[in-house]
Design a protein around this ligand. Sequence first.
Ligand code: AVJ
Length: 327
Amino acid sequence: MANNSTSTQISNASLVRQFALEVSAGLTKPGQKELPSKYLYDSVGSALFEVICELPEYGLTCSEERILHQHATEIVDQLPRPVVVAELGSGTGRKTRLLLEALSRWQSTWYHPIEISPAALAVLRRELRDINSISIVGFEREYLDGLREVAVRRSTDEHLFVLFLGSTIGNFEGAASADFLSSARRILQAGDSLLLGTDMLKPVQTLISAYDDPIGVTSAFNLNLLARINRELGADFNLQQFAHQAVFNEKTHSVEMHLRSRSRQTVRVPEASISVEFEKDETIWTESSHKYSQEELASLARHSGFRPQEQWLDQSWGFAENLWIAE
Ligand code: AVJ
């Protein structure tokens, strides 16, 4: 099979309009202002996230890579064949490569990365183009929309193998994670599988260092969201007037990233037709990264229509790769 690579995408104008709507909703929200974390990943943000993954303080990536290095073959051996692979959020492809290589030993494989960032999709295609018998067709879409497209294209004998790595599931707030997984499950058929990466609960200080690293990469990653709003929506955020903050929310078991206003100020966002007032020390909540317990994972699987099949745990950091089967 040729290693081709195409993608279907939606128009830039409609993406910018959607961005403007979500920025407007988040910044005019009464009480805690917020911005959706998915917008952290433009080309600058995606590049910064790759650097974050190299930081010793951010143990998630290395931990997950260790698991896949050791167990990729064992993981794919549990799958019904033939499988079509769909990945929610493609990352750089380094972890995916380990699984695709293991798969390509016994079959030609269609691989569908679903990724809202065109920059990340491009990196991925470059990264994976040398793997034999893998055909890459990417979808520049939101996760569930992309998954639906993959699902309608599969033939009757094919099983879907959905990758959702890196603990990105942790970015969904509270019940939203079970809602999301339930929605994904409804797109799947019984017997399809999900490989879910989850970062586990660990001491708060370890977590804070992971999200507030000493050389400021995560700070740049967070502040870039405001820079992006300046670039794409013509806003006048003064980046010097905002500070990165990482806090652990004990109630929700999530590390939250915020951007704290250093002064009382007003920011205009012309393309979103809004003007926003900030009190000194008021924050914009930009991301939550939930940390899991084993009990919680079991109940999450149950509530979203999956049966946990097997788990691979890296003890040295505390990261779990979970293989769940759609019931
Ligand atoms: C890619 C969403 C899993 O939440 O740990 C890294 C993003 N944010 N540092 C995470 C992130 C701050 C990351 N995910």
